[in-house]
Write a protein that binds this ligand. Structure first.
Ligand SMILES: NC(=O)c1ccc[n+]([C@@H]2O[C@H](COP(=O)([O-])OP(=O)(O)OC[C@H]3O[C@@H](n4cnc5c(N)ncnc54)[C@H](O)[C@@H]3O)[C@@H](O)[C@H]2O)c1
Ligand SMILES: O=C(O)C1=N[C@H](C(=O)O)CCC1
Length: 269
């Protein structure tokens, strides 16, 4: 049995991951972790989730959780994820990262840790989005620079980062398709007297409200026509199932930072 630890277990995704682990053949939930001071620490996980006791106590003891596990699944926050990555690599525990909102220094730290650790990281763990990433790259390459690219995403009112991790994956894919650098071409959230659209810009726009789970459009607006690639998530369990798939896939891999494209056999990061 593959022993799974869930980091950030009380969160929207943490609770989905508990259910997905219970449903995953060959996996067992071995540890449930929350941040120090959280109200669930010391409680039985099943009861904290509003159900029957399951004999697993929520802990803030990361070393004990890692010692009990083969892989830790982490949908939390950037600083917490980078700190956990170093400890997981040290403990020889694989790390599936769904957290988004990383800055360049976080990403550099994760890349360095992945020289010895086993990581799958993706801003979106769904099959559909990862397929869309490969399509977006192809369409950007085929349509050429006279088609203006705009990426629009919508998420629930609690989301703290923008653009979404998925929007950035899609942006990176279209930049690669065009052979340009996303850092040079990204144009995030226009406001005021912006002037006319910059040639070759890749626009990002974020909607936040209500209970959107995650919706993404990539618009290619050209002369006389528009092409739109769209993904709509209608159940957050989708992301949790993808994370479990990654956790199982990592068994026996060489150290490295893998993507869901690797896990799904759609080509590397
Ligand atoms: N990759 C994907 O497919 C995907 C899908 C959904 C959400 N996400 C990302 O996952 C992250 C979490 O999303 P959410 O909606 O579940 O948020 P949330 O706020 O509901 O949950 C985050 C949880 O992490 C916990 N946490 C924070 N710091 C911690 C620490 N140091 N140690 C242990 N636990 C800690 C919080 O207490 C909370 O329970 C976000 O970055 C989000 O963008 C990614
Ligand atoms: O709910 C969130 O937060 C989500 N985050 C990911 C992102 O940033 O793209 C995936 C969709 C849901």
């Amino acid at each position: 049995m593959r022993k799974i630890a869930v980091f950030g277990v009380s969160g929207r995704m943490g609770q989905m991951l508990v259910q997905a682990t219970d449903e995953q053949p060959g996996a067992v939930l071995a540890a449930a972790v929350e941040r120090a001071g959280h109200g669930w620490i010391g409680q039985d996980l099943g009861q904290a989730m509003g159900g029957a006791a399951r004999g697993l106590v929520v802990t803030d003891d990361i070393d004990a959780a890692l010692a009990a596990s083969d892989v830790v699944i982490d949908f939390t926050a950037p600083d917490a994820t980078v700190a956990l990555a170093a400890r997981a690599a040290q403990a020889g525990v694989a790390h599936v990262i769904g957290t988004t909102g990383f800055d360049d220094s976080h990403l550099a730290a994760l890349a360095e840790i992945a020289t010895r650790g086993h990581i799958v990281r993706a801003g979106n763990m769904s099959l559909g989005v990862n397929l869309l990433v490969t399509l977006a790259r192809q369409v950007a390459s085929a349509l050429g620079a006279e088609y203006d690219i705009e990426i629009i995403e919508a998420h629930h009112r609690h989301k703290v980062d923008a653009p979404s991790g998925t929007a950035l994956m899609l942006g990176q894919a279209v930049a690669e398709g065009r052979g340009v650098s996303l850092a040079d071409m990204a144009d995030r959230g226009r406001d005021g007297m912006t002037g006319a659209r910059r040639d070759g810009a890749i626009g990002f726009h974020a909607i936040r409200g209500g209970d959107f789970i995650g919706e993404h459009d990539v618009i290619f607006a050209g002369p006389g026509e528009r092409v739109t690639l769209r993904h709509v998530a209608s159940d957050r369990a989708l992301f949790a199932r993808g994370a479990l798939r990654a956790a199982m896939w990592l068994e026996g891999r060489a150290p490295g930072e893998y993507s869901m494209l690797d896990v799904l056999g759609l080509g590397g990061r």
